[in-house]
Design a protein around this ligand. Structure first.
Ligand SMILES: [Zn+2]
Length: 270
């Protein structure tokens, strides 16, 4: 049984967890032999940010971000920076705020207001830099614009659910950022993500679920949860030629470094 998992990106506020949210989190985070050491909630709007803050009060090893996901761009009103500032104050009071996210660009669907997405992304990056917080970046079918903005503002952070090329992965790493892989790394024909994973130094890799989505095999298509990271870690271990335990340990330590969490783990050498 694998333990010590750091899930760097999860959405337990999703309605897929309405039936058993807290039983599941209890089992994952505090139950006997619990598989998950720490997790970071990826906020998607104001309500989701508040969920993260409330849940962070409930679980010692649950951390949160605040921010507006590009998919919610249409619903974000003009006063969004004041809202973000207010959320920041609420979250900072709980001492569990570790990032601004998930923010980014999503050009997958036609009809999204790209200009507003860029404005929201840029404003939130600048906010994060001012507050010395890393960003959690969502980038879908928008690599060029995303990279241009990241190169301009140079935030600390992670490119989550990475599905790009090895070349883009190297560029992201050169910017000093981390790369997060979901269960998609373990999909049967995932040659491209595996090549990208190969290209990234171990000290820049994170593991994540993006739950309830992206469940790795043998759970593919099911609701995912943080314990399933064990399967993704097995594939990462294969790609990197390491033991799965080592992969769990290093990605945990990487996430603690990025999110400024002082872990009680021993110093890791690799
Ligand atoms: Zn997400």
């Amino acid at each position: 049984m694998i333990s010590g998992i750091f899930d760097s990106h999860c959405h337990y506020d999703d309605s897929a967890f309405d039936e058993d949210r807290y039983e599941l989190l209890d089992r994952l985070l505090v139950g006997e032999g619990h598989p998950v050491d720490k997790m970071v909630h990826a906020a998607t709007d104001e309500r989701s940010s508040l969920f993260g803050i409330e849940t962070a009060k409930r679980y010692e090893n649950y951390y949160t971000s605040i921010g507006f996901h590009p998919e919610n761009t249409a619903e974000v009103g003009e006063g969004y920076m004041e809202t973000l500032e207010r959320l920041y104050e609420q979250a900072a009071a709980v001492h569990k705020l570790v990032a601004v996210g998930e923010i980014g660009l999503d050009y997958h669907y036609e009809g999204y207001d790209r200009e507003k997405q860029i404005r929201l992304f840029t404003d939130q990056i600048r906010f994060a830099v001012t507050k010395s917080l890393p960003v959690i970046v969502h980038c879908r079918d928008a690599v060029e614009d995303c990279m241009e903005i990241l190169k301009k503002y140079r935030p600390e952070g992670v490119m989550h659910c990475f599905s790009g090329s090895a070349e883009t992965a190297r560029e992201v790493v050169e910017l000093g950022m981390y790369i997060g892989f979901t269960g998609a790394l373990a999909f049967k024909n995932a040659k491209k993500p595996r090549r990208a994973c190969e290209a990234v130094p171990m000290e820049r890799l994170l593991l994540e679920t993006d739950c309830p989505y992206m469940a790795p095999p043998p759970y593919r298509g099911m609701r995912s949860d943080s314990s399933m990271i064990a399967e993704t870690a097995k594939v990462m271990a294969e790609v990197k030629g390491l033991d799965v335990e080592k992969v769990i340990e290093i990605t945990n330590s990487n996430a603690c470094t990025l999110f400024g969490i002082k872990g009680d783990a021993e110093e890791i050498f690799y």
